[in-house]
Design a protein around this ligand. Structure first.
Ligand code: SF4
Length: 320
């Protein structure tokens, strides 16, 4: 029997679930406990198939549109990404029982956009077209009140009538570095543009990107555990690549790993997007341990203590 080749595995910390994702999943689990199945969830509660499938097995029904939720008293939960204003309005008109699991840090961006609009500013949203969070944030304001931008080129192409007051907000899960470049371009072109009082990119996104950047300096390859449609997971892979990692891949689970690509690798960092459960990280480390003599260590670059309480409707129902 040939000896396994050695492999140093650096686990990035923090990685994986953020406070907003924990709250969203706890919201659905608690609603199931209090009200029993079925519980309806509009959109994937978080972008992870394993999480979604586990909840489906417990009696959660995922719907794309409110129209799919039946009339009656069954709970309908809005996902962590947030929804356009028209969604709760429609729910109210249909007298649906809704529970809002929008991450408070996304709600904060919604409020900022609303305040800017009230003050007569046109809002520039830095984000990714068609991402549910972007649809929700744009949907806080009337049509035409927001312009979506995704690159420095988009900034260069902007044209506004003289005297137009501007403000910007951002999606919470963007690349910190890319966003800085876009913001710099905005400030150069529109020096009086109003900025968010605090960074809109959330603590979890920032910390996970910083952790992977630091790890890249010490390893040959990076695996980001996360789903294709998870924005923050995609950004982690890009951050690793831009920090100089020649082999940075996104893997939803161990079965998705293209093993020949890792044949000669002797050091590997593993991180996980904010919607990826820790058991997937463990599964991937175990899959490497079957093929390599692994030495696993953790590189901690930040401590996180963020916690968001459950939505009020559930807290009150729990007490009652
Ligand atoms: S990634 Fe950030 S904004 Fe999104 S749910 Fe997590 S904490 Fe909230």
């Amino acid at each position: 029997m040939t000896a396994k080749p050695p492999l140093r595995i650096v686990l990035c910390a923090p990685r994986g679930f953020c406070a907003g994702v924990v709250r969203a999943i706890d919201t659905v689990e608690t609603a199931l406990q209090i009200y029993g199945p079925p519980v309806y969830v509009r959109h994937e509660i978080v972008h992870n198939r394993h999480v979604v499938d586990a909840l489906k097995a417990k009696g959660v029904v995922f719907i794309k549109q409110l129209a799919e939720a039946p009339a009656g008293d069954r709970p309908v939960i809005f996902s962590a990404h947030g929804v356009a204003k028209s969604v709760p309005e429609e729910a109210k008109a249909r007298r649906l029982f809704t529970i809002d699991a929008t991450c408070p840090l996304v709600t904060k961006v919604h409020r900022e956009a609303q305040v800017h609009h009230k003050r007569g500013r046109h809002v520039l949203l830095i984000g990714h077209r068609r991402h549910p969070e972007v649809i929700g944030t744009m949907g806080q304001l009337p049509d035409g009140a927001t312009t979506l931008i995704g690159s420095v080129d988009d900034v260069e192409a902007l044209a506004f009538a003289p005297g137009t007051e501007l403000a910007y907000v951002t999606q919470t899960t963007l690349s910190v570095d890319d966003t800085q470049a876009i913001v710099a371009a905005l400030k150069r072109r529109f020096p009086t543009i109003a900025a968010p009082p605090l960074e809109d990119i959330c603590y979890a996104t920032t910390n996970r990107q910083e952790a992977v950047k630091r790890a890249v300096a010490e390893v040959e390859a990076v695996i980001v555990v996360g789903a294709e449609n998870s924005s923050n997971s995609q950004r982690l892979r890009e951050v690793a690549e831009r920090a100089g990692c020649a082999l940075a891949v996104l893997a939803p689970n161990a079965a998705a790993i293209d093993w020949p690509r890792f044949a000669g690798v002797r050091s590997l960092a593993v991180t996980a997007g904010a919607s990826a459960p820790e058991f997937l990280v463990e599964e991937i480390v175990a899959a490497f341990a079957e093929r390599f003599a692994v030495a696993v260590e953790t590189m901690t670059t930040a401590q996180e203590a963020m916690f968001f309480p459950l939505p009020r409707a559930l807290r009150e129902a729990e007490v009652g």
